[in-house]
Design a protein around this ligand. Structure first.
Ligand code: FE
Ligand code: FE
Ligand code: ZN
Length: 304
């Protein structure tokens, strides 16, 4: 059984999906995630059909299964709050257009932060999310929305498995809803991921393992339960390398993509401050099961 591992990659206007595939190949990964544009805004460019076709050929040549490719919806989308009707409607229509882009790209899964219920009760927020998702999922497409488990900071919905379960319960078309579990987020929200079998058992009991479609593999800068959300490089946080390996190689997760979203590494070179992706080194660490305590030196040698 081949390990399904990858990372976040960029999707640029000029290189599109081909660029994203090339980037993950350069890291040695076989799964990837990207935003269709900047995550903090809604400026999106036309998707090139020839580029997309070329990308799919490149994926086939390199044994990348399209089911291991996911899009992440921009985090400005908030389906929980209906107070400003215009913003709510915009979130619905923007997520609908993101799904249309997924269809054009041939991508079958899109990850969504459930939302934030500022100024309203959590129950009301969850109801707003359900209503919006049912509108979006009523359209005829085969893209699945994956609700991401959150750290639970502020009024974030999805900081525990029960929130996720309550949303799924309200969805009419359950074939089109799934979950993405983020190791940093659930650590920060209060689940002890160092006891992964217990976490899996609880997730299965509350939500159902059949809904789990993706894992975000991140170490955390924070102690368990602080409701923060700050990702750390693999083995450089409070979860630790061995515990993350146990999760990555767990048989319950064998068939789903595992995506790194660890922070870029800052290197000061000749008075110039530059940032570099850690993913090639981290994927090597994961494949070899060898912790690399010289992440920065290694990255420096790759990108010099
Ligand atoms: Fe996310
Ligand atoms: Fe995440
Ligand atoms: Zn996060």
């Amino acid at each position: 059984m081949k390990l399904i591992i990858g990372s976040h990659v960029s999707f640029k206007k000029d290189t599109g999906l081909v660029g994203a595939v090339q980037e993950i190949l350069s890291y040695g990964g076989n799964a990837f995630m990207f935003y269709t544009g900047a995550p903090q805004n809604t400026i999106r460019s036309e998707i090139s059909k020839t580029n997309t076709l070329e990308a799919h050929n490149l994926m086939k040549e390199n044994n990348i299964d399209i089911n291991n490719v996911v899009v992440h919806a921009p985090y400005i989308i908030n389906l929980a709050n209906k107070k400003v009707k215009r913003n709510y409607n915009f979130s619905i229509s923007f997520l609908t257009s993101e799904i249309k882009r997924c269809v054009e790209l041939g991508v079958k899964k899109i990850i969504l932060h459930p939302g934030s219920s500022v100024g309203i009760s959590k129950e009301e927020g969850i109801n707003n999310i359900i209503e919006a998702l049912n509108i979006i999922l009523a359209n005829d497409h085969d893209v699945m929305i994956l609700l991401e488990t959150m750290a639970g900071k502020g009024n974030e919905i999805g900081g525990n498995f029960t929130d996720i379960k309550t949303i799924i319960d309200g969805i009419c078309n359950k074939d089109k809803i799934g979950v993405c579990l983020d190791t940093c987020h659930i650590n920060d929200s209060g689940y002890d991921v160092t006891k992964i079998d217990e976490v899996i058992e609880e997730f299965d009991k509350i939500v159902g393992l059949n809904y789990l479609q993706c894992l975000h593999i991140n170490d955390s800068n924070n102690e368990i339960g602080v409701k923060k959300d700050r990702h750390a490089n693999i083995g450089y946080g409070t979860i630790g390398f061995e515990n993350l390996l146990k999760i990555i190689y767990h048989k319950a997760f064998a068939n789903i993509p595992k995506i790194l979203e660890t922070p870029y590494v800052t290197i000061n070179n000749e008075e110039k401050k530059r940032i570099f992706p850690p993913y090639k080194t981290e994927i090597e660490m994961i494949k070899s099961k060898q912790f690399n305590s010289n992440l920065i030196d290694d990255i420096r040698s790759y990108y010099k």
